[in-house]
Design a protein around this ligand. Sequence first.
Ligand code: PXP
Length: 241
Amino acid sequence: MIKLGVNIDHIATLRQARGENFPSLLKAVAICEKAGADSITTHLREDRRHIQDRDVFEIKECMRTRLNFEMSACDEIVNIALKLQPYSVCIVPEKRQELTTEGGLDVEGQKAHLQEVVKKLQGKGIIVSMFIDAKENQIQACADIKANAVEIHTGKYANLFKSGKEKAQEELEKIKQSAILAKQNNLIFNAGHGLDYNNVSDICEIKNLNELNIGFSIIAQAVFDGLEKAVSDIKKILLNY
Ligand code: PXP
């Protein structure tokens, strides 16, 4: 069974837009869990544009499933993660001006620093994942620094899929190859970014896939259908695999 991680950052985006204390993230977590989410993902960005420090501690306190904490590898956020002690973290690259996480982390290019960060986090019993592009050298680098997991950035696949399923085949193949390589290196294999109700099925065909992290499409759909239905509709697709 492929697990579903629901990223609730954009519920916080809505809240921050008016500086109010609603919509409530804790209520959102409870609804996502009821609807079948296996984990909840939040990204405490360095610029705090959506999720705030208080949110992650409150969510961890109240939730019933697992907290997956997306984070950059800068000292400030690493220290928060060490205090928070989420079930898992996913280390992502961060650029201040980007709309969303635009590409994978260059693990190969910063192995020494990331190895230190991985060791510190694992020392607190946290499972550490790296958000990377579907590239052999990056998977190898993740294995070298002894990360527990990789999350493959599916953004390129999702963009190509918009012009037709066939156009996305080559990228899908790269993701499949990454899954094979991850297995050979004993890395847990997760994926996410840009996935939605239409493009997720082909990704679900990938063997050895542990968990998908999906955010924007679910929260957007929730505007029309409500959060519970938006989550359970995507969960139903994942349950077929
Ligand atoms: N996984 C990671 C590591 C991400 O950074 C994001 C975006 O915050 C997602 C998954 C979810 O992407 P989307 O919101 O496009 O579903």
